[in-house]
Design a protein around this ligand. Structure first.
Ligand code: GLU
Length: 298
């Protein structure tokens, strides 16, 4: 890890949990890795609450995040940033991309995407490509809709997402975007991103004027984050973040991807898989010191 941020100041890191469930050991590993890097390099550690999903995020989950992190002995610097309070920042960023013709409204439901993909597969006899998370690439149904038509449908209240036209976005950035990855020993290497493998990603969802990808990019820049430390499950998505940073004229932080904790079945720990929460461990009498030790931070 570089001793300082690109602007010569102290490194700024962030831990960015979503309050859509209880934190588990995987979150503790991520938060402690951030804390460890921050302490080692005399940086600042920020807390960001990624609560754009109004359906799934709940105040009691956020409260539990604060309680769990304090219990683990993790302190944060600076003001907390709660994404749900900054929708206008994200809307402004997406409007800038839209004004450059890089974003288009898409009216397809999930079922329609599925049907279009099945039709393409039947036509070609080949499996339709999937993105790194395993979801089928968007087949482009709405990419070239007549603009007036699309505007009329939006004005009439037609439910839609906003997608990045990836081919136009990559043509606009001009070169294959690269970024720097650092490891525990401070070694750095440049990685060339491959955003095309994600296709036309959603930048603004139907219900909120943003998405995980857009808000994370806008916020890392607004918060002056110089070093992003997060799990390997987000390594591939960094390709999208780097292209958005280029398009929006934002700096690209340095990145470190820590290994993931797996359950006995070999799957990563997840709220949706019912992985044991930190609160449950604590209720069973496990101490914060034991957790730190178990995760290698004694
Ligand atoms: N909010 C994301 C999560 O809980 C992490 C975001 C990030 O590190 O970029 O998985």
């Amino acid at each position: 890890m570089a001793a300082s941020s690109p602007d010569g100041g102290k490194p700024v890191l962030r831990f960015a949990p979503s309050p859509n469930g209880r934190l588990h050991l995987g979150h503790a590993l991520s938060a402690l890795t951030n804390q460890c890097f921050t302490a080692k390099h005399g940086g600042r550690l920020l807390l960001r609450i990624e609560d754009i999903d109004k359906e799934r995020c709940r105040p009691e989950f956020e409260q539990a995040i604060h309680d769990n992190l304090a219990w683990l002995g993790i302190r944060f610097d600076g003001a907390l940033r709660r994404q749900s309070e900054h929708f206008s920042d994200y809307a402004e960023a997406v409007a800038r991309l839209r004004a450059r013709g890089l974003v288009y409204p898409c009216f397809c439901s999930r079922q329609e995407v599925k049907r279009a993909v099945t039709a393409r597969e039947a036509q070609s006899g080949q499996p339709w490509p999937a993105d790194p998370d395993g979801a089928p690439l968007y087949p482009g149904t709405c990419r070239d809709l007549d603009e007036d038509d699309a505007r009329r449908r939006v004005a009439a209240g037609g439910a839609h997402v906003l997608r990045l036209a990836m081919d136009r976005a990559l043509a606009a950035t001009g070169e294959a975007p690269g970024y720097v990855v650092f490891d525990e020993d401070g070694q750095q290497r440049t990685v060339i991103a491959d955003p095309a493998r994600w296709g036309d990603v959603v930048l603004a969802r139907k219900d909120v004027p943003t998405s995980y990808h857009l808000s994370v990019v806008v916020d890392d820049a607004l918060q002056g984050v110089s070093h992003v430390v997060r799990g390997r499950d987000l390594e591939a998505a960094t390709d999208i973040h780097v292209v958005l940073q280029r398009l929006l004229g934002l700096p690209t932080p340095l990145y470190h991807f820590h290994p993931l904790l797996l359950n006995e079945g070999g799957d990563k720990l997840a709220k949706s898989r019912g992985s044991e929460s930190l609160a449950d461990l604590r209720a069973r009498g496990v101490t914060a010191a034991e957790i730190r030790k178990r995760l290698g931070f004694a």
